[in-house]
Design a protein around this ligand. Structure first.
Ligand SMILES: Cc1cc2nc3c(=O)[nH]c(=O)nc-3n(C[C@H](O)[C@H](O)[C@H](O)COP(=O)(O)OP(=O)(O)OC[C@H]3O[C@@H](n4cnc5c(N)ncnc54)[C@H](O)[C@@H]3O)c2cc1C
Length: 450
């Protein structure tokens, strides 16, 4: 046998798996349907926010995190409800992952040269009770160099194993079938796709040039999710999230097509957690798209007012950055598949950020000068580009102009000036005191934002 292990997918998970396997002296065949330009998959585009527990970065910010608190949060978010069946391994995996994140994870990454931006972000704050969904404390550690920074050491390890002949990496090799014998997967069959000059992340041709078949004692599937395939997303849409939206954007490239999941199932693989999807609701159309329907997620700071299509503030705890899936359900229940953020220029400057490596050139390019210039104020250039070109933005100097612009953008004519004005004045009144009954303001003060 030529290879010990076949790894399908050269995204971050495939690169990590390959680099770990070769350490044990095994020979790996690494296959990917995309051209070499897309090596590293989604992770290259990512913001590189990693989950760590009780890190020096957290302690430096005065955050007291612990394995116990992280486990409490994990249980609240996971909602394990089928422990004897689908959740059996999920729970075991979660326990092991919490140990990893509170234990060796940071030291391991550090040993590979990965460093972190010293400000830890607070994603998914929850907004319920202590045992409910969400992170009780900030845990989103941004890699210095964002997505490319996390891909780099693993790519380097794989490339060095390629030069020593231990890894055979074959781009444009799309797996179409898993070969089984007596209940075990013993190899893969697939199509060699025509060579492609597509740049990183761009959709590449599916024209077939030939076929292939390889055998190995083990096959690892690291083919990513289904987010680039809206048909599959709709087919699997969980009833608990309301109706699937009519309009969807893709936060991921087209290669995240979910095809390999069906192929794995045909070979006897068991797919779990179909109903546990994750969709961000704060997606905006990329004015400068790289892949089809390219959506960029707003990383919402906590101050914007979040309103439904009719201009009514969402009820607690549907505040920016609190409960993504809960807010998705709340939005879907309105019968409209969009919502509004209202914010001022000061809020845009202070806390508006966009997810993704290319939207954060300062952190991605490891430029201390550019990062420091964030603190001086002003609107970051990628955000300004969206204000200038993004079709989802309305910029106005007065409230009547803003409302007119909002109504023009959707043509639904649902926003009433008096309603918006009333809610803004009411919220501003709540800011005058150190006391308040508005939970969004309590939350702002809880993290020292006001
Ligand atoms: C803009 C953006 C921001 C993100 N921010 C964060 C963040 O801050 N923190 C975080 O934790 N996560 C983040 N993510 C998510 C994270 O990057 C992904 O979950 C992760 O990179 C997925 O890695 P993967 O290797 O499992 O899949 P992928 O990167 O999708 O790689 C799978 C590979 O398999 C290949 N493949 C699929 N099917 C076949 C087949 N049949 N034959 C051959 N090859 C096949 C694909 O071509 C692809 O190269 C972000 C993602 C994006 C896009």
């Amino acid at each position: 046998m030529e290879y010990d292990v076949i790894v399908v997918g050269a995204g971050l998970s495939g690169l990590v798996a390959t680099s770990e396997i070769v350490k044990s002296g095994k020979k790996v065949l690494l296959l990917d349907q995309e051209p070499e330009s897309s090596l590293g998959g989604q992770a290259w585009w990512s913001f590189g926010g990693l989950f760590l527990v009780n890190s020096p970065e957290q302690r430096w910010m005065g955050i007291k995190d612990s394995r116990e608190l992280a486990w409490q949060d994990w249980l609240g978010s996971a909602g394990f409800d089928r422990e004897e069946d689908e959740d059996y391994w999920g729970r075991k995996w979660a326990e092991a992952y919490i140990d990893f994140a509170a234990g060796e994870k940071r030291a391991w990454l550090h040993s590979l040269g990965i460093r972190f931006f010293p400000v830890v972000g607070w994603a998914e704050r929850g907004g319920y009770l202590a045992e409910g969904h969400g992170n009780s404390v900030p845990r989103f550690h941004v890699v210095w160099g964002t997505g490319p920074g996390i891909v780099k050491p693993f790519e380097q390890m794989v490339r060095s194993a390629m030069s020593s002949g231990v890894v055979d990496y074959r781009p444009r090799h799309r797996v179409d079938e898993l070969i089984t014998h007596e209940g075990a997967v013993i190899g893969v069959r697939g199509s060699i796709l025509i060579s492609s000059s597509a740049e990183r992340g761009e959709e590449s041709s599916r024209e077939v040039l030939g076929d292939f078949e390889f055998h190995a004692q083990a096959v690892v599937i690291s083919s990513g999710g289904i987010g680039g395939n809206h048909e599959l997303v709709r087919q699997n849409w969980p009833p608990g999230l309301g109706k699937a939206p009519k309009t969807m954007l893709s936060g991921v490239p087209a290669h995240v097509d979910g095809r390999m999941l069906g192929i794995t199932e045909q070979a006897g693989g068991r797919i779990v957690n179909r109903d546990r999807m994750w969709h961000y609701t704060e997606g905006i159309k990329n004015w400068n798209p790289i892949w089809p329907k390219h959506g960029i997620r707003i990383l919402p700071g906590p101050s914007s007012l979040w309103l439904d299509a009719k201009g009514q503030r969402f009820p607690a705890p549907n505040f920016p950055g609190f409960d993504t899936l809960g807010t998705l359900k709340t939005i879907q229940d309105t019968g409209y598949d969009y919502s509004w953020f209202i914010l001022t220029k000061k809020v845009i400057e202070k806390e508006f950020a966009l997810s993704g490596s290319e939207q954060n050139p300062d952190l991605t390019g490891k430029s201390i000068r550019m990062v420091l210039s964030r603190a001086l104020g002003g609107i970051p250039a990628p955000v300004q580009a969206f204000l200038d070109h993004g079709e989802d933005f309305v910029i106005a100097h007065t409230l009547p102009e803003l409302v007119a612009g909002m109504n023009k953008l959707t043509s639904d004519n649902l926003i009433k000036l008096a309603e918006i004005e009333r809610q803004l004045i009411a919220r501003d009144r709540e800011m005058d005191n150190k006391f308040t009954k508005d939970l969004q303001i309590t939350a702002l003060r809880g993290q020292g934002t006001t």
